[in-house]
Unconditional design. Sequence first.
Length: 444
Amino acid sequence: MRPMLIFLIPLILSNALQSIGQLAGSIFVGRWVGVDALAAISAFFPLFFLLISFTIGIGAGSSILIGQAYGAGNQERLKAVVGTTLTTTFVLSVLLALIGGIFTWDILRLIGTPENVIGVSVHYARILFWSMPILFLYIAYTTFMRGTGDSKTPFHLLIVSTSLNVALLPFLIFGWLGLPELGVYGAAYASVISTVLTFIVMLIYLKKTNHPLQFDASVRQHLRIDMALLKKLLRLGIPSSVNMILVSLSEIAVITFVNRFGSDATAAYGAVNQVVSYVSMPAISLGMAVSIFAAHAIGRGQQEQLAQVFRAGLLLNYLIGGFLVIVVYLFSQHILSWFLTNQSTLEIAHSLLMITLWSYLVFGHAMIVSSMMRASGTVLWPMVFGIVSIWLVEVPVAYYLSSFTSLGIKGIWIGYPAAFFVNLLLQYTYYRLIWKKKRIERLI
């Protein structure tokens, strides 16, 4: 429990800081630029998440291999994983930036983005798409560091990134000190500039501190695609990528359902997603921590520690997640008013939050079960269960209840807890009946 908590606190704070820039941008845009501008941003993010999903999956695969190599003390293997992942990530990010930048308008129109916000949403999206190569390299490096058990350095870097982002927002949105008044686009430029500057700071810091993952000759000589390693990365990463792609496609389906209710509903959806992102953050962080701790134990050949990792993860999920759920329920109206000033939009957002918030404890439980399996290389079945719960439960339930019952937009959010319960049931059944009885195969 204690080592996991020491690792987890900087990780949760890192994930929180990573979202604060978006949070601050949403508050600035929603309160001072307008509901339509917030709707424009909200309509874009499911598309952005879709395009980066494959690269995030590759990063998830690399973290498993790095965790096992680090646990076994195999530095050469560790550097080879870093080099292959960086090269693959860069190539993919360039391709995705081109695809996203060229076809943004067509895709946003396809998912039914309201006409009164689509032009703004397209412009905002393209600013972020062109910055994707630097963003992906930065994310990859922080993933490597966490894979070695270093959650503090990414946290310190995110303090730099978030501080820059928040500081730049008013100057770029409102045109302070003679800068151009960019409005909603200032939030995108603030994110890009802060990411690029932090990436430069990270490279300098790693070199100055002689960090094991510094970008030195030993890493540069591995900056090629090792086909054997790439196959292993793809075997571990593709199921995670496919799962994330299908999750993001489900979010696109959901935003399509939401868009039918108008731009006020889209803005409410964006505000609720901001709040939920913080409530679900401990679950996501715990999934990463459990996966890394389990990978280290497997790399050291200490499989008896896996049960301790599992129990600690579950306990922390319900303690930390439960506390956050209670706090948000108590102050939900006040929290949502940070983003929204229109009373009808605020009421929509509040009703949606009441329906779905509690179920993120179930989401966290399922995350920990699937992370235990992924750490050992069992990635296919967690993906299958995630797909089943999303596409055979969440999306159909959301569509039916919002289209054919009096619940309207509220019906969309009932799909989330239904999917979380089904996913947990499937994951836990497989974990107890099949996975624990198998011999855990070391991937090194």
